[in-house]
Write a protein that binds this ligand. Structure first.
Ligand SMILES: [Zn+2]
Length: 306
């Protein structure tokens, strides 16, 4: 009687585990192999089998599964390496990770873990599309400044920005809930784009906040300053903060920089003041967020301004 009741339970568990794509785990095997000789043995076999379910290896995460959004979570137990699409993830010693979706992300991306056993677990993430602010204008697109003279000036700036963004500082700001670097009127949303007589211009890569000239702004999360310099032709006075795990913030057009390269900052620390340096039509803070090559929407990190 008890055996008859036990067998389907064990088989049921076993079936559930293999449906989920995980290897049969030891307790289930042991329970199947054992020959309970008494009621007491049968009961202990059943209770030994019970904890099998939570062992199921899978990703655990939450966040904004949308273009410009991000997720945080933990990798399956026994993960040796993991990736989102082609991008390899940084995995913290406790198994936690950060991953994000570019403004133009495909609507489905594989989240993959390679276990130490060599087994591969894959979960396809649905990334919801956004309705970006698109403005169609009946003027020709401006020449994009690709002249040799322009690039001669721009190349070292470009290289400095790429080098700064490639720095790995071990910062852990990526685990925090981000705050607004400064509050004020939002004068430009992330992702908006002009189409010039059918030819798309580059989209707006950050969010613009216009609280007034000279207003201090702060670090939205902990990090390390990887760039803090004046004189960039487009960005003006520019600060880049690494938040770790491939995530970094850029702050453009400052009137004043009060941090130095290499300095560790805490969330809420004053880092600079709003200005109109570089290519800016008026004083504002442009805040851009990148995870590796993906450009992200800061609004999804902070929530709406209250
Ligand atoms: Zn901007």
């Amino acid at each position: 009687m008890i055996r008859a009741a036990l067998a389907p339970t064990v088989l049921g568990l076993s079936a559930l585990v293999s449906c989920a794509g995980t290897e049969p785990s030891a307790p289930a095997d042991a329970a199947l192999a054992s020959e309970p000789e008494s009621v007491a043995d049968a009961e202990s076999a059943a209770s030994d089998a019970a904890p099998v379910e939570p062992v199921e290896a899978k990703f655990d995460f939450s966040g904004e599964l949308t273009q410009g959004g991000f997720i945080r979570g933990t990798v399956p137990a026994g993960t040796a390496s993991a990736s989102l699409g082609e991008q390899v993830l940084d995995i913290a010693p406790d198994g936690s990770f950060f991953a994000a979706f570019d403004r133009d992300s495909a609507d489905s991306l594989p989240l993959t873990a390679t276990l130490e056993s060599g087994r591969i677990l894959r979960e396809d993430l649905s990334v919801s599309p956004r309705e970006w602010q698109i403005q169609r204008v009946n003027v020709a697109k401006r020449p994009s400044g690709s002249s040799e003279a322009w690039w001669k000036r721009r190349e070292p700036e470009w290289n400095a920005i790429q080098d700064a963004r490639a720095k790995e500082t071990g910062a852990t700001g990526w685990t925090q809930d981000f705050i607004w670097p400064v509050k004020g009127r939002i004068s430009g949303l992330f992702g908006r784009q002009r189409i010039y007589r059918g030819e798309p211009g580059s989209y707006h890569s950050g969010i613009d906040i216009a609280p007034g000239n000279g207003v201090p702004f702060v670090a939205p999360a902990d990090g390390v300053v990887v760039l803090a310099r004046t004189g960039f032709s487009l960005e003006g006075s520019l600060i880049i903060i690494d938040h770790g795990a491939g995530l970094n913030s850029a702050f453009l057009h400052a009137s004043r920089i009060v941090v130095e390269e290499g300095q560790a900052v805490k969330q809420g620390d004053h880092i600079g003041n709003v200005g109109a340096s570089g290519r800016a039509t008026g004083p504002h803070l442009h805040w851009g967020l990148k995870w590796n090559a993906a450009r992200l929407d800061p609004l999804l990190f902070t929530g709406p301004m209250d």
